[in-house]
Design a protein around this ligand. Sequence first.
Ligand SMILES: [Zn+2]
Length: 261
Amino acid sequence: MPEGDTVFLAATRLHAALAGQTLTRTDFRMPRIATADLAGRAVENVVSLGKHLLFRISGDVTLHTHYKMAGSWHLYRPGERWKGPAWQLRVLLETAPWVAVGFRLAVAELLHTSREHELIGHLGPDPLSPEWDADEALRRLTADPDRPVGELLLDQRVMAGPGNVWKSELCFLRGIDPWTPIGRVSCPERLVALVKELFEANRTIGSQVTTGDRRPGRRHWVYERGGRPCLRCATPVRVRSGGEPERVTYWCPACQPTPAP
Ligand SMILES: [Zn+2]
């Protein structure tokens, strides 16, 4: 599932390819915007905020997309064979040097740029944004002392970007049981600092490496390692479904003890 750092990397690549270019053809395979045609307009910039991607297009138009569980953006040279099936195409933005293809996007909508705040105004600080504000992130994280840490790390109103991989890995790295109320977590500011540090480390990778080892299967301490030995203490990693795939939690009960009542 794409997380904030993955979306940031996509925005960086899309911006480098498209900014300043004129759209020669657009195709929107989403019911509400299917008839839109942005050909002739220029792409001004592409930015991410948390898991949201915003394409600013001349004439005060913003294309907003969100991957949710499975979307992706690809860049191709004109005429190059696509790596995804055409029937999964949701948005196509063609320019002379590059063709950007959004596959399986859960959200793709067009709006007046002045209305962007309606989509993103509720989001907490983004660790990869130039406007990152650690104090504000800490304030939002600790506003309700009874809320569990794991839930708070997924709440985009607290910090925009972390998803389920980060939730499990951050709790492991700080030795926190994911169901601990934030009011009982010592030094929550260190959790905020760790979010920033790990997002920066993944700024150009986009695949949530927390172990420092980029090899497949070695990238995470606990995420998707349910039942396997903890890489630190060999205790079997536990896994608990949260009802939805994006809510599943992995943790080591030895490295992340439940706080005493
Ligand atoms: Zn352990």
